[in-house]
Design a binder for this molecule. Sequence first.
Ligand code: URA
Length: 207
Amino acid sequence: SLFGEEFEDRPETLAAIDKAIHACRKCPIGSLENEAVMGEGPDDAALMIVGEQPGDQEDLAGKPFVGPAGQVLDAALAVAGIEREQTYVTNAVKHFKYTQRGKRRLHQSPTAKEIDVCRWWHEAERAIVKPKVVLALGASAARAMLGKTVSISKVRGEPMPLDDGSELWVTAHPSYLLRLDGDAKAEQERLFAADLAAVKERLSQLV
Ligand code: URA
């Protein structure tokens, strides 16, 4: 099966992961017309931010969070006083999953199975970077880190221990904020900002 193959030895450098993800066909997403997008940032960052998967613009640029969601993230990080340049930013799923509509490629959510198969790669990244804090953006990233599906509203604001001694914080995905408007948008922006402020506070205790 596409999912059942044995994995090779875990790559031990970020460059080796970058190379390996480009060749990865362990789920069907890798066989679409796309390029794998590697995480970006220092290999000793204290904070690792995990998104869902590259979008259209990330796929074209080969970098995570450079499109509309990335702009929301960048603005919120700036307000929280978290420097993106000192953060390792990556995704739960390494390839862009989409359906073609004319010339446009429309985002499709990865399945739980696809997220679980792709765990191999962000776990390899985490084993190298060894962040103190991991911030998962949205339900796919939370599932990627926890191996089970959780409700963002239930788990946000409270760190959870990960197996390597780091702690996991969960917040909404910035794309979710982009889909809202009015009072609901204002409320979710407030919660997102509060989560980032809490992460910043926690980092200043740990680093
Ligand atoms: N959304 C994500 O989850 N990751 C990206 O890199 C871009 C958009």
